[in-house]
Design a protein around this ligand. Structure first.
Ligand code: TYM
Length: 332
């Protein structure tokens, strides 16, 4: 059976981008068709300045939301990265296979490091090595497919490169994974700046729809989305990024395709109204279930405890094999 692994980083409240680009497919497709693991990757949240209490709170919230979105612990494994030591163990071995040049070329590293420096802060070493830890997340489980949005495909490519390199040098140890981005909504853009990604760690509140936003807040944000100077509602990502983004969101929420919706609308206002309602309807059941689960924190804790146990048992043999292959003396 195909092994699927994916994760979400608790650095902010989950967004419509996380939901349409990744989580919804995990729920609707991956957990039914594959042996799937979904991870709250909390170690990754420590790569930029962070508040410990907030990371803990956001980790619990992300776990609750994944279950609210419909991940079923009977069908898949949901767990927290730091509960399974194998990720950090394997990450170090992969650091011995990766090069610093490779790390410095990562787009997200360049962007985030520049942002930290512009704020007058320093760049944590873990921000540079982040993609290696991500490769360890993926390779520890013999993963075939990694369902992620567009922004993560370069990191998955690195995981592939490291798997191939390790296998060539030390003998076959890792499955070589591949990214599987969605056909629609692989990159949901910020509603106030449709040339940049809707990211949960960004500060621009009005441009970001959060999964837990109240319906009226969603409506207000979508109705105020920046569109373009033209009038026609056509799907043109480069020429009309604002309108294209709304068409993508609407298509992703209603199961259509964005070019198919070109020409259906006579005005931006009508497009925005339908998009807002479609988003409200997609988020409604998730929010309802989230409210129920918040009243039962013991359930979420239990799921994470079982998930970590299952994940550990899956990762340990591969990571132990990597330790042996690379030349470390087994403990007697
Ligand atoms: P993160 O937490 O930024 O995002 C989680 C998932 O949501 C997708 N995504 C989007 N998709 C479409 N449009 C958007 N605006 C948007 N924003 C986010 C991301 O592509 C991702 O699939 N490094 C990863 C977490 C990670 C991981 C892993 C993922 C760590 N280890 C191993 C897969 C496998 C990250 O920061 O995702």
């Amino acid at each position: 059976m195909t092994r699927v692994f994916s994760g979400v980083k608790p650095t902010g409240h989950l967004t419509l981008g996380n939901y349409l680009g990744a989580m919804r497919r995990w729920v609707e497709v991956d957990q039914h068709q594959a042996d799937a693991l979904f991870c709250i990757v909390d170690l990754h949240a420590l790569t930029v300045e962070h508040d410990p209490a907030r990371v803990r709170r956001l980790s619990r919230q992300a776990a609750t939301l994944l279950l609210a979105a419909g991940l079923d612990p009977e069908r898949c494994t949901v767990f927290v990265q730091s509960h399974v030591d194998e990720h950090a163990r394997l990450s170090y071995l992969l650091e011995c296979v990766a090069t610093d040049g490779e790390m410095r070329r990562m787009i997200q590293y360049k962007e985030k490091a520049a942002r930290e420096r512009a704020r007058g802060g320093s760049v944590r070493l873990s921000l540079l090595t982040y993609p290696v830890l991500m490769a360890a997340d993926i390779l520890a489980y013999g993963t075939d497919e990694v369902p992620v949005g567009d922004d993560q495909t370069q990191h998955v490519e690195l995981a592939r490169d490291l798997a191939v390199r390790f296998n060539q040098r030390y003998g076959h140890t890792f499955v070589v994974p591949r990214a599987t981005p969605p056909q629609v909504a692989a990159r949901v853009m910020n509603l106030q700046d449709p040339t940049s990604k809707m990211g949960k760690s960004d500060d621009s509140g009005p441009g970001i729809v959060y999964v837990l936003d109240e319906p009226d807040v969603v409506r207000r944000k979508v109705m105020r989305a920046v569109t373009d100077s033209g009038r026609e509602v056509v799907y043109d990502r480069d020429g009309r990024p604002g309108v294209a983004n709304l068409l993508e969101i609407l298509a992703a929420c209603t199961g259509g395709n964005p070019s198919g919706l070109s020409g259906v609308y006579e005005s931006y206002g009508a497009l925005k109204k339908d998009t807002a309602e479609a988003v409200v309807e997609v988020l409604r059941p998730v929010q309802e279930r989230h409210r129920e689960l918040c009243a039962d924190p013991g359930y979420v804790e239990g799921v994470l405890r079982d998930g970590a146990e299952r994940a550990r048992a899956m990762a340990r043999p591969t990571v132990d094999a990597a330790y042996r292959a690379i030349g470390l003396l087994p403990a007697a």
